[in-house]
Design a protein around this ligand. Structure first.
Ligand code: SAM
Length: 389
């Protein structure tokens, strides 16, 4: 398994750490490619019939399927394996980060601040959806600040995110090699850029806001895609932003990072041509989603565009497929994910003030698989939607 691109903020693995990280990544690919597909067979040949005999009807929704599968040893075995591998995944990466934390903090300081900027708020109050749970089992979550100038959660999510994405690449992951300009973690931004060019080709982009920019992996491609544009990223987490700022310094990308809740930012009305997010809404709450979309509306100039990329919504999914996706909500510390995926993105945008006639929604092929194609909602594994103000 190839290592992620070795920029100065990327924690390096020693021999034993690398062996553990490769083992966990390979085991996750194996469980996903070879064990996970068996769940469908178990459902069709055993669980569905057993449920029908017990209830005198077929399973009708994802909750019924969950009840049916919860009695199946194959599901319980897969589920417990998936949870254990998820914990091992973060632990194996955190080991490299903890060993090198002083050097990583030092690297961040040495990379300086001459490109872009970093604004942190020492009195920042985390919303409860962030502080109440370690989202997707990442120890400490995104936001925990352990030492002065901490960058640890940024480093864990950068190296850990790389190995997580490999899981979805299957056997191809073994050949993949990262190079600047071809970093796997940037697929979400490339999808959004492609969507803007396909759906809103006349949009002039001079200022762009990336909501929930995390460690900035997906903020950087906007610099190259929109030459001369000012790129801003906001996130709740100081350690992610410190890490992201240092990483952007190394890559020479002048992104302006600030610690802000995207529900209520300090940017003026109409300040941006484009407001985007990738993989953020499902980690918030019903109220936060409504507030964030209203804020996006306030921040856009007339004619500006908002685009959001997420996993597919349940409304077009079979009960069995929705049950499979639900696993993360039950067992991967993603408590809001199922509620979010039951919501209707067009309604969310309309409620925030966007004209329903100017709202669009598609599904897409998986962003990590390369150039995405846009399909009717429900036809692909990912969702992408947006609106023009
Ligand atoms: C899965 S990460 C998204 C990563 C990033 N957008 C990407 O595509 O690589 C979700 C991020 O959203 C941030 N976030 C969640 N709610 C937020 C809010 N209300 N305001 C700003 N950031 C938020 C979290 O702190 C976390 O860093």
């Amino acid at each position: 398994m190839k290592e992620p691109y070795a920029h100065p903020m990327m924690p390096r693995a020693n021999h034993d750490e690398l062996a553990r990280q490769n083992f966990v990544a390979s085991a996750r690919i194996h469980s996903w490619d070879n064990i996970h597909p068996g769940l469908k067979t178990v459902y069709e040949t055993r669980a569905k019939g057993a449920f029908a005999r017990r209830h005198n009807r077929d399973p009708q929704n994802r909750h019924d399927v969950h009840r049916a599968m919860d009695a199946e040893p194959y599901y319980l075995m897969w589920s417990s394996l998936a949870r254990s591998l998820r914990e091992m995944h973060w632990d194996s990466v955190a080991e490299s980060v903890e060993r090198q934390l002083p050097q990583l903090i030092d690297s961040a300081r040495k990379l300086g601040h001459d490109k872009g900027s970093l604004r942190l708020n020492p009195n920042f109050q985390q919303p409860r959806y962030m502080s109440a749970v370690d989202i997707h089992v990442m120890p400490g979550g995104y936001h925990v600040d352990q030492v002065e100038d901490d960058v640890s959660s940024g480093a864990v999510s950068d190296r850990g995110g790389y190995y997580h994405i490999l899981m979805f690449m299957g056997a191809r992951a073994h050949q993949m090699e990262e190079k600047p300009g071809r970093l796997v973690g940037e697929a979400f931004a490339n999808n959004i850029i492609n969507y803007q060019r396909t759906m809103f080709p006349d949009l002039q982009v001079r200022r762009i806001l990336d909501i929930g920019c995390c460690n900035g992996r997906n903020s950087l491609p906007y610099i190259d895609a929109y030459p001369g544009a000012e790129v801003h990223g906001v996130d709740l987490s100081a350690p992610q932003l410190r890490y992201g700022h240092a990483r952007a310094q190394f890559f020479g990308k002048p992104v302006h990072f600030s610690q802000q809740n995207a529900e209520h930012t300090d940017f003026p009305d109409g300040h941006f041509d484009m407001v985007v997010s990738s993989a953020v809404m499902h980690e918030t709450s019903r109220t936060a989603v409504a507030n964030i979309m209203k804020e996006a509306h306030r921040l856009l100039r007339p004619g500006g565009v908002t685009i959001h990329s997420e996993r597919a919504f349940y409304k077009t999914m079979s009960p069995f497929n929705a049950f499979l996706e639900d696993w993360e909500c039950y067992y991967d510390n993603e408590p809001f994910k199922a509620t979010w995926r039951e919501m209707d993105p067009k309604k969310v945008l309309a409620d925030a003030g966007f004209d329903p006639a100017r709202i669009i929604e598609h599904s897409s092929t998986r962003a990590v698989a390369g150039q995405t194609q846009y399909l009717e909602p429900g036809k692909g594994p990912s969702a992408i939607f947006g609106a023009r103000k």
